[in-house]
Design a protein around this ligand. Structure first.
Ligand code: SF4
Ligand code: SF4
Length: 470
């Protein structure tokens, strides 16, 4: 007489549907199931392994398995039959592809802007107006001094324009809202400052991985930690070298006047869509708060819609935005693709201002607000017979090495002026090193903690003779 226990079906596993939760391992009273030792390349998970010599077909493991087509007793039938009546996993998990016309990209349009008298406004307002003129109607953020007024102005300007401002529960939430809006193909941005920017870095890595455009205005303040609310160039390293995990890079623009806060914010949006990548506008706290004359451009931008957008209509339904690529070869290829994109940015997007550099013997390198003090020092030095010039990187990444390299061949000295402990100087040194160039003797003027380098101390470093200074 046969033993009915022997007739009971034994479990089997489709490795592609095991998520490695190990509930079956715990459920089996006969220790027939062990954690997996080999990763399934299609899922990136190590499925459990079955050793059924002592299995009595009790079925406890299949009952414990939460996956409808994971551990089962009958091939082709879910053990959760009744809840899932499908016999073919592909019918449950596969997507029926409906033939639709591929979406056409809708191009941006430029609309003329009527003449308008110059505005006298603070830098952070200029940036907000620049974003609106660039077609941004989706702003997400969390208040932080000294950038809060940008968000406040957006909260007032956007609703009448049909836009949306959301004060998120945190910077982490804000950056993920930007991911959603950017993934839908609409221009999205935030205003933040150093500690808030730190919180957004994981999200920025996701944005870069998923190739989602977005614009971050970071008005840097003193750090580390909460630091203070004085101006510092504390995040150059973070923006140029540390945008979250992975091989991340983004165009980093450094305005030095309220006018440039507007102009570069406007420029940041088309750049972010051209490369499908975040763009960082890196100002300092002083620049955000200082008032200046700002002229509006002759045209504003009406954004189109990219063909890759996850837009809620039939044409865009096959688009997918994500940053997860489980198979090693796929992720390697994606990183190589990103690398080619970074190389193109490096080739095409270097920006710098050269002021009195043609015959300069000593070159001051400075950006943001310190560049304004440096410019004053250069003028004062010139008036006293010193051939000084100012090299102002406007793109910190890519560092404008192509414009700097001809100057390096003939200047006698460099003086790097910055409100940080050498973060700009490090970018300069890296760029010179990567380009295989010779670095002339280099000095620096640095201030920290909310203080800015002053014209007199820069002038003193330009080696103006004492008797001339008197
Ligand atoms: S059917 Fe029972 S004995 Fe067999 S592997 Fe599953 S839990 Fe273990
Ligand atoms: S319970 Fe199911 S999903 Fe979890 S490890 Fe076991 S077979 Fe895999």
């Amino acid at each position: 007489m046969s033993n009915p226990l022997h007739d009971r079906p034994r479990p089997f596993l489709e490795p592609a549907y095991c998520k490695g939760c190990l509930r079956c391992v715990e459920a089996c009273p006969r220790h027939c199931i062990t954690p997996g030792s080999a990763i399934n390349p299609s899922t990136g998970v190590a499925p459990v392994e079955l050793h059924l010599e002592h299995c009595n077909g009790c079925g406890l493991c299949t009952q414990a398995c939460p996956e409808p087509f994971g551990l089962r007793l009958h091939e082709g039938v879910s053990h959760l039959e009744g809840r899932f009546q499908l016999e073919d996993p592909a019918k449950l998990f596969g997507r029926k592809r409906v033939q639709v016309t591929a979406p056409e990209p809708a191009p941006d349009a430029e609309l003329p802007l009527p003449d308008c008298a110059p505005l006298v406004i603070k830098g952070v307002y200029a940036s907000a107006i620049g974003a609106v003129l660039a077609g941004c109607r989706h702003v997400f953020g969390y208040p932080i001094t000294p950038s809060t007024e940008g968000a406040e102005l957006m909260a007032r300007m956007l609703p009448p324009l049909g836009g949306t401002f959301v004060q998120a529960v945190s910077e982490v939430a804000a950056v993920n809202m930007m991911y959603g809006a950017g993934g839908a193909g609409v221009p999205a941005m935030t205003f933040t400052s150093s500690p808030g920017f730190s919180l957004m870095l994981e999200g920025i890595s996701y944005l870069i991985g998923a190739e989602v455009p977005s614009v971050f205005v970071n008005l840097m303040r003193g750090g580390p930690g909460l630091g203070n609310i004085g101006p510092e160039q504390a995040d150059i390293k973070l923006a140029c070298r540390g945008l979250g995990h992975g091989n991340t890079q983004a165009i980093v623009l450094a305005p030095s006047t309220p006018q440039e806060m507007l102009d570069l914010t406007m420029a940041a949006f088309p750049l972010s869509f051209r490369y499908r990548n975040p763009v960082i506008l890196l100002g300092d706290g002083y620049l955000g708060q200082v008032t200046g004359v700002v002229r509006l451009p002759a045209a504003l931008r009406r954004p189109g819609r990219p063909d890759w957008a996850v837009w809620g209509d039939r044409e865009h339904r096959h688009n997918l935005i994500n940053s997860i690529l489980l198979a090693e070869a796929d992720l390697a290829a994606h990183n190589e693709h990103l690398g080619r994109k970074y190389a193109e940015m490096h080739r095409r997007e270097q920006r710098a201002e050269l002021h009195r550099c043609d015959d300069a013997e000593v070159l001051v390198v400075a950006c943001n607000t310190p560049a304004r003090m440096a410019r004053g020092a250069v003028e004062a030095a010139r008036a006293r017979g010193v051939r000084a010039g100012l090299f102002r990187p406007i793109s910190l990444w890519p560092f404008p090495i192509d414009a700097l390299s001809p100057l390096l061949a003939r200047v006698e000295r460099l003086v790097v002026v910055e409100a940080s402990a050498g973060q700009l100087e490090d970018e300069l040194r890296l760029a010179v090193s990567h380009a295989g160039l010779r670095l002339p003797p280099l000095e620096h003027v640095r201030r920290l903690g909310g203080l800015l380098p002053q014209q007199d101390e820069i002038l003193a470093r330009l080696a103006v003779p004492e008797e001339v200074l008197r």
